[in-house]
Design a binder for this molecule. Sequence first.
Ligand code: BGC
Length: 757
Amino acid sequence: MKRLMILSIAGLCSSLSLIAQNTESIPEVEALLSKMTVEEKIGQLNLVTPGGGVATGEVVSRNVEKKIKAGNVGGLFGVSGPEKIRMAQELAVKNSRLGIPLLFGFDIIHGYKTIFPIPLGLASSWDMELIKHTAQIAAKEATADGINWNFSPMVDISRDPRWGRMAEGSGEDPFLGSAIAKAMVKGYQGDDLTASNTMMATVKHFALYGASEAGRDYNSVDMSHLKMFNQYMAPYKAAIDAGVGSVMTSFNDVDGVPATGNKWLLTDVLRNLWGFDGFVVSDYTSLNEMVAHGIGDLQTVSALALNAGLDMDMVGEGFLSTLQKSLAEGKVTEIDITNACRRILEAKYKLGLFDDPYRYIDENRAEKDILTPENRAVAREAVAASAVLLKNDAGVLPISKTAKIALVGPLADNRNNMLGTWAPTGEVKYAVTVREGIANIAPAAIVNYAKGSNIVDDPEMAKKINVFGPRVMISEAFPEELLQEAMAKVENADVVVAVVGEATEMSGEAASRTDIRIPEPQKKLIRALESTGKPLILVLMSGRPLNISEEFEMPISILQVWHPGVEAGNAIADVLFGNYNPSGKLTATWPRSVGQIPIYHSMKNTGRPAGDTKEFQKFRSNYLDLPNTPLLPFGYGLSYTTFEYSALRLSKDEISANEPLEVSVQVKNSGDYDGATVVQLYLRDVVRSITPPKRTLKAFKKVFLKKGEEKTVSITLQPDDLKFYNNRLEFIAEPGVFEVFVGEDSNALLMKSFILR
Ligand code: BGC
């Protein structure tokens, strides 16, 4: 039986039009709906958190038990462990009138207990199988603790490293972001959502949250539809095409309407254009926040959100407290309430909860499935694969396993900052520090450790960073004493390893920064270390691209390791000592200064491009004080070996629409180590009806080559790769010349062109 959905087409006609959707209705769900009162239906739209997990807003739900029994709750989040979850599920199943099981949600962003690198780090691996595997493990561990619904993947494209939440996404690029979105959804959900080791995923935050103005969290977004569709929307759509079960709205407004109440987004685009048939959940109190946005009182915004297509209200209880009144006043219809409820019940059905509400609750699983050596081994590989070698002057890396090492820096012997932002289920006690990792991997090395500096010296700043635990511990000793202690260790060392950067909560939610340099106390330490002339390696941790212009000028080595997760120290040592040859590539451009932001590889040429000369050119698109180029381009990352790219070939000089194009290139490992490179293909549409970017990423392939080995790498460009959204938002390709660039980063020089007829 096909279900008929009733959609009102606002502004076109006053009558209602019936649109048949391709979704099969589920008899069990329809039977249940027919028994439900309006109050019970509204209850299913209510998502609560009893606290104990992370509260990212000011409100935590009250009287949870009473509400569950009354049928006023559809799901719970922030609760884990079979005991607690069984208790809550029993309350719903045994004590509410209809016994409808609850959803159990959580933010499992980069691992459950086996914490992997932050998503921006994982993205730098450019390894979709590995990323999918980390999501599979996260699902296996989280479901072993009773969770069946995950608030991940976060796929917001961002070109603004001031925004702390860049840590949670995959960076600046929609093509790479789409591949990662798909890998994560498939990893979490598997092929069978009813399996007890898979969980429903949520793509978030719909939409455009990563474009918050000035990089300030929760700030407004205003963007042309052209830019949205060409640069920001693809990863959300990729998650939907991959079958993601739910979508979370974003805090920001889009076209002047907060996303949570934005009908164009939630119905026209999400459901009608993209065919999404899962359910939409708000972000944490984002429904109520429409009051502060200036859209109306709680009743008004709740009705607006339901009518826009929001199905579930996270924490705010705007639906619970006002929808009955709005129904009585004719501001919402029972059909819309029923439709929202149906989508939530369907999700429960798809998870198999109607067959067995306790399907995910197994007291025996945790011990055998969580933090196993196998899972930790994948985490260790993921940390190493995420590491990006930014600089390796004089080939100091890898270092000898018998070296005399001065190990310094406030993150070198620091367990509390290894897991990174959004790891609420992780436990710092399981994290391996860099100091421990070095001892594990190179027991014959002589290591002299000193902290050298605080992460930050300012107690006020430390207080802001320490909201979720002690991340910054300001030493009793004066900064000068810390420095002197470190300098003493350097004297007899062959090499200095300084582990520096951001504390965990210097990025993440509500952690925007206007200055994205390494904090000053650590910069002082780095300057002092560099002045000794000893070989210096910075192991850099952060949740965002940093401005390292000063450090990059120094004759040193820099290994970017993000916030690495539980296996931090072991994997970092693997890379430092050459057990693992780094192959990570940046997925967001690193600026020379915050003044260049937003800066990204797919920028446009402008009518007055600056050209290649070093001389300043008046009346050109440039700056008086800095070049236009970034410090480090998108796709950048070194290896201990070198790769030579040559013989770029296209299968044809001319193709017609709907015809694929074969691209091949010779890649040779010309250095002294086995290693992997990421072959990156960028496309330039030379002339088209809307101004084209100078180049955009369209394909990539990670290949492993033994030292001296050479391979032909082939990539197929599909017809859709030539397409873009035109002025009428049609996804089309226009005939003309295209240039294909292939190489190791977004500055790739090998080029061949072809014509699309
Ligand atoms: C975040 C979401 C998260 C939610 C629930 C919000 O503050 O924006 O990403 O899923 O909290 O924890």
